[in-house]
Design a protein around this ligand. Structure first.
Ligand code: TXA
Ligand code: MG
Length: 331
């Protein structure tokens, strides 16, 4: 999946004209606009149906652009960039005074990331070549507010349809869940959203495991709202050892369920729709949103998800599942 020369040119023209472009990243697809143009950024909120006080991540072509957007960048932030960019890590830094409130939600910080997807990087480089070396693309996940993040171009079309004039297709996202967010604007770096880059990876740079602080209900990190990443079908997390009893009970009630498992294989005689995801957290993250989306389309009464193993390695997917359960069924 590589966009054509004409696709890239059109994408840059649209961005420069203050229009939206959906783009692939290695985490999830983003809904992008010129981050320096508040009117363009406002279109993102309108297309997503997202409250306007939620800050957006600014995507950059490289480290060189960082100080155009952020000030007082601490040494530890530069080390994190060196180690993990381009890649699935967003840094929260003190913003430069000029950065539009539309991007930061009126806060004095800005979220920055150099994504690791070749199509995103190519678009960012071309946009910067056309609009100024430090140009950035503000992009939240390209889903309707509170819904499942898209990991293919088809998912974006399903979510936003005609609301976005161009969707660049870069194939399926390699990571599958949103970037790890580390707040470097405080005295000590803190993880605001767990992701593929785990606390143990951050420890290699920070010299210690950072605290994880996923505030409940605060709009600072929109993914921190309890209900998020959610299908329209109700969802339940069910412990592995209780799964069969649970499904039998549902069957007696006459309810059709979909099952997302990882260790409990499909049972003979169970009429339920049963999907097995990889039993490792990286593979599970890659497949999770696509599986939730498929199950949501299956017309079942309930999605039963086999509860995940304990442990730090599963923290990022456990976080997404917990929020999906909290928001599910609130169509
Ligand atoms: O992987 C990703 O991060 C994807 C791709 C497209 O890059 N983007 C993404 O964007 O997940 P979004 O808007 O769905 O989530 C961005 C998160 C939000 O929870 C937002 O509140 C937080 O980043 N954020 C952005 N700027 C912030 C800031 N200044 N302070 C605190 N949180 C911030
Ligand atoms: Mg999102």
């Amino acid at each position: 999946m590589t966009p054509s020369e004409a696709d890239y040119q059109r994408a840059v023209e649209l961005l420069r004209a203050g229009e939206l472009v959906a783009l692939p990243t290695e985490t999830v697809y983003g809904l992008g606009a010129d981050a320096a143009n508040p009117a363009a950024v406002a279109k993102i909120f309108a297309a997503k149906g997202r409250p306007a006080d939620h800050p957006l991540i600014v995507h950059l072509a490289g480290h060189d652009a960082v100080e155009h957007w952020a000030e007082q960048v601490p040494a530890v932030a530069w080390e994190l960039m060196e180690t993990f960019w381009p890649g699935p890590l967003t840094l929260i830094l003190k913003k430069q005074a000029w950065v539009p409130d539309a991007v930061t939600g009126g806060q004095d910080t800005v979220g920055l990331r150099v994504p690791g997807h070749p199509v995103a990087l190519e678009l960012l480089r071309r946009f910067a070549a056309a609009s100024g070396a430090h140009a950035g693309i503000a992009a939240p996940s390209a889903n309707r507010f509170g819904r499942i993040s898209p990991t293919t171009a088809a998912h974006v079309a399903e979510e936003l349809g005609d609301g976005v004039p161009l969707i660049l297709d870069g194939g399926a996202c390699a990571v599958g869940i949103e970037s790890t967010i580390v707040d470097c604007s405080r005295a000590e770096p803190v993880v605001l959203r767990p992701g593929h880059i785990a606390p143990s990876h951050l420890e290699a740079v920070l010299g210690r495991i950072p605290a994880i602080e996923t505030a409940h209900g605060a709009p600072r990190v929109s993914g921190s709202l309890e209900a998020h990443y959610a299908p329209q079908t109700p969802m339940r997390l069910v412990a592995s050892e209780r799964l069969l009893d649970f499904l039998n009970a549902q069957r007696h009630k006459g309810d059709r369920c979909a099952v997302i498992g990882h260790s409990q294989p499909p049972q003979a005689g169970m009429p339920h729709l049963w999907r097995m995801l990889p039993a490792d957290p990286v593979g599970y993250a890659h497949d999770l949103y696509g599986a939730l989306r498929d199950m949501d389309h299956a017309g079942v009464a309930l999605i039963a998800v086999e509860a995940l193993p304990e442990g730090a390695a599963w923290a990022a997917v456990a976080d997404r599942l917990r929020r999906a359960v909290a928001g599910a069924g609130q169509a």
